[in-house]
Design a protein around this ligand. Sequence first.
Ligand SMILES: NC(=O)c1ccc[n+]([C@@H]2O[C@H](COP(=O)([O-])OP(=O)(O)OC[C@H]3O[C@@H](n4cnc5c(N)ncnc54)[C@H](O)[C@@H]3O)[C@@H](O)[C@H]2O)c1
Length: 271
Amino acid sequence: MKVLNQNLLITGGASGIGKIMGRIAIERGAKSVVIWDINEKNMQAVKAEHEKIGKASVYCFKVDVSDNESVQAAYKETVKATGSVDILINCAGIVTSNKPFAQNTASEIERTVRINTIAPMYVALAVINDMIARDHGHICTIASAAGMLSNPKMSAYAASKWGAIGWSDSLRIELSAAKSKVRVTTVAPYYINTGMFDGVQSKIFPILDPEKTSAKIISAIERDVDFKGIPFPFHFIRFWQGVLPTRFFDWFFGEVFGIYHTMDHFTGRKS
Ligand SMILES: NC(=O)c1ccc[n+]([C@@H]2O[C@H](COP(=O)([O-])OP(=O)(O)OC[C@H]3O[C@@H](n4cnc5c(N)ncnc54)[C@H](O)[C@@H]3O)[C@@H](O)[C@H]2O)c1
C-alpha cells in the first residue's frame, strides 16, 4: 500500500529505523504519523523533528506495547486523533544481552518475548478488526534474520523473532485466504547500525545502513511484499538449512561466514 495520504502507526518510532521510517513516510506524502513508544523524551524530540518537515500531522503516545490495556487505550486515542490507522509498522523491540542461555534470567526471557513477540500481536489485534471492516490496511512487522538463523548468545531474542515471523506470516496467509485487501509484510533484517546491537562484528555480511534499510522497508510496504529478508541472500537461509546437513550449515554460516561469533563483542546501546 502506498503511504501517500495514509495514516501510519509506528511502534518504537522514537529511535533507530522506526524514527527514520516515520520521516521517510512523511517525505513520501503520508497524511499522519503516530508514534507509540515507551521513551517519552525521545518521542517528543522525534515529533518535533518530523513536524519540521511540515507535510503531515505527527502524534505521539507513551505506550508500553507489551501491556495490552495500554495498547487498547492508545488505539482509541489514536483513532480519535487520526480517524483510522491505515498502516501499522510493528517496530518496537529489545535485546537484553549477549549472555549464553544458561545465564539468562527468567525476567529477561519474559521481557524479550513480551516485547518482541506478544506485543506485535496485541497491537495488530487492536487495529485489525477496523482494517478488515474497511477492507483497507497494511500490517508490517519488523522481525529479524535471527528469526531464521539460531545465532548463539541471543537465544531469547532469536526465539522471540522466530515467533514474530511465524505469527506475522500466518496472519498474511489467513487474510489472503479470506481475500482481504489487508496486506501483511514480514521483515527479517540482518544487523543494522542503529546502536541497538553496538559492538557486534560481522566478518562477511556488512552491517546494514539504517537509512537504506528503512527506505527498503517502506518500499516493501508500498509494493505489498510478503516477506523481505535484508540483504537479499537472507531469503535463502531456509533453503540452505533444508538442503545442508546441520553440522555443515553450522560450520559454513557460523564459522566460515563468522555469523555465530557476531555477538562475541556485543555491548548494546550504552545510553
Ligand atoms: N538494529 C538491528 O541490528 C536490528 C536487526 C534486525 C532487526 N531489528 C529489529 O528492528 C526493530 C527496530 O530496531 P532499532 O535498531 O531501530 O532499535 P532501537 O533500539 O533504536 O529502537 C527501538 C524502539 O523501541 C522502543 N521500545 C522498546 N520497548 C518498548 C515497549 N515495551 N513499548 C514501546 N516501545 C518500546 C524503544 O524505546 C526504542 O525507541 C526492533 O524490533 C529490532 O529487534 C534490529
